[in-house]
Design a protein around this ligand. Structure first.
Ligand SMILES: Cc1cc2nc3c(=O)[nH]c(=O)nc-3n(C[C@H](O)[C@H](O)[C@H](O)COP(=O)(O)OP(=O)(O)OC[C@H]3O[C@@H](n4cnc5c(N)ncnc54)[C@H](O)[C@@H]3O)c2cc1C
Length: 492
């Protein structure tokens, strides 16, 4: 029987797993990554990177078409084959050779097989065709197994074998028509991508579009999807799905029947925890795994969970942030440290609660961080939300003659700090990090006033938002260019 010991054993070599192993190694511990598919995980091969590659080319053409001079030069059709080839290059043609080489270079061992926890600190890895290896962790086992597409319980849906995000991001050709069930980020991005690639797209969402974000975000994306000829059915339940040789038929509670060559289900994620041995240690297979801010699983002193699987924030950058925190916590505890008195150390993922940045790469982009106005109000803050049309900023008019976008800054009136910010518009993704810093650092608005944005950039939206808000401690005056600020203090 092959038995090996490591300080840290990680189940799953996605972005989160890789980072926790790396951080543990940098702290002087030995680390093993186990992986039953591709080292690099969902983000590299079936999620962030290929989806952004599918979106980018059409977005660049649309951006050029909004700038006279460039518009005249953009006369041909999108080269779909070239887009797919670029997507293939982004995914390294679904080869993980370079990521495996990175792990080796970082001093991390990789075992390719399915891993299961069998007892405290014990992991069994099934190596295809080569038997099993028993592993013992001296300090920690980290679950970083990610999430899968959630398939809702709709009559006929599972049997019809619809696309999930994996199929949509790795498609070899563009279907003539695509129906999408869902109204979240993946649905909105894939509707934008496939409409840009020439498919006739229909979105069926049981709620609004981009729920949970500021309402104007979904409204602006809705308008742009309509301009791309995407048919959108909101507040519509899918009641039945069937499939024949022509494609899919979707029936709804509003009596509509939608047919399409392909059907994508984008209705959320479920944890990859069904077959990783959770039952052997008293946890429930198939559940999300709950942790504290050092990513230690509730009730354990040796088990950690990072990335999607802990359901704190299903985004690559947050998973990597959690992984760095968990790696540092494991190293510190291995060295006998007590961590309870250092709330801002690198071993806690406190920003998961305060400032999670997210970009939805639709056209316009939606970039948001922190609390929405209504979430802040629900959390008990005395809130003032300030809105500004980004198209009225000089820098935005340089980017595009038809710039349409809006920004909202959500201010805690008692502390004069920003709780949240949302930007909707072309190229706003690069404006977001300033908001993240302002929120995490709790920069008072009268201090932020001295962070002068360069002219003429879209970042001047910051100046306009601050002017609209009025200088704290100096009355809430408004500038000549300012639009009215909206107050939520009294629930308005
Ligand atoms: C279409 C789409 C687009 C997205 N776009 C973005 C974006 O633009 N930006 C962003 O921040 N986020 C994006 N996300 C979210 C992002 O992909 C995830 O948050 C991220 O991939 C999660 O990383 P992870 O390491 O937790 O899990 P994963 O990347 O899923 O990695 C888990 C790994 O564990 C392996 N594994 C599972 N079980 C076992 C086992 N028992 N034994 C061995 N190996 C195992 C899996 O094979 C996998 O490689 C997107 C998601 C989707 C679906």
């Amino acid at each position: 029987m092959d038995i090996r010991d490591y300080d840290v054993i990680v189940l799953g070599a996605g972005a989160a797993g890789e980072n926790v192993a790396d951080r543990a190694r940098q702290g002087g511990l030995t680390a093993l990554l186990t992986e039953h598919a591709l080292v690099g995980g969902e983000c590299s091969y079936w999620a962030c990177m290929p989806s952004k590659a599918l979106l980018r080319s059409a977005a660049v053409i649309r951006a050029a078409q909004r700038v006279p001079g460039a518009a005249q030069a953009v006369t041909g059709a999108l080269d779909t084959d070239a887009v797919l080839a670029r997507r293939d290059a982004f995914t390294n043609h679904w080869s993980d050779e370079s990521q495996a080489e990175w792990a080796e270079g970082a001093g991390i061992d990789v075992l390719r097989g399915h891993a299961r926890i069998t007892a405290p600190k014990q992991v069994l890895v099934d190596l295809p065709g080569e038997g099993e290896i028993h592993l013992t962790a001296r300090h920690a086992v980290v679950v970083a197994t990610g999430s899968d597409a959630f398939i809702p319980d709709i009559d006929g849906l599972r049997a019809a074998q619809p696309w999930t995000s994996r199929d949509a991001t790795s498609a070899r050709s563009i279907p003539a028509s695509l129906a999408i069930i869902g109204g979240g980020v993946i649905a909105a991005e894939m509707a934008t991508a496939y409409a840009g690639l020439g498919a006739s797209v229909t979105v069926i969402s049981r709620g609004a579009l981009l729920e949970g974000m500021e309402p104007f975000a979904g409204e602006k994306v809705l308008e742009s999807l309509a301009e791309l000829d995407v048919a959108i059915h909101l507040a519509t339940e899918t009641t039945r799905v069937s499939r024949d040789q022509q494609g899919f038929t979707v029936e709804t509670n509003t009596g509509e029947t939608i047919t399409a060559e392909k059907l994508l289900v984008a209705t959320g994620r479920s944890p990859r925890t069904r077959d990783i041995g959770l039952g052997a240690i008293g946890l429930t297979p198939g559940d999300w795994i709950t942790t504290d801010d050092t990513l230690l699983v509730t009730g354990f002193d040796w088990l950690y969970a990072v990335g999607d699987v802990n359901h704190r924030a299903l985004l690559t950058h947050q998973g990597k942030y959690q992984a760095r925190a968990a790696g540092d916590a494991i190293v510190a505890r291995a060295n006998g440290a007590s961590l309870s008195d250092r709330p801002w150390g690198t071993h806690v993922a406190s920003a998961d609660h305060q400032a999670v940045p997210q970009v939805t790469f639709t056209d316009p982009e939606v970039a948001s961080v922190g609390l929405t106005a209504s979430a802040a109000r629900d959390a008990g803050y005395r809130v003032r939300a300030v809105d500004y049309e980004i198209g009225d900023v000089a820098g935005a008019s340089v980017h595009s003659d038809e710039y349409a976008g809006r920004a909202r800054m959500v201010v805690d009136e008692d502390r004069n700090v920003i709780l949240g910010a949302t930007f909707v518009g072309q190229d706003v993704s690069e404006v977001l990090h300033a908001a993240t810093i302002a929120i995490v650092a709790e920069v008072p608005l009268d201090r932020l006033w001295h962070a002068v944005p360069a002219y003429p950039t879209i970042s001047e939206i910051w100046l306009r938002l601050l002017e609209t808000y009025g200088r704290p401690g100096n009355g809430h005056g408004s500038s000549m260019e300012a639009e009215p600020a909206y107050s939520f203090a009294s629930g308005g």
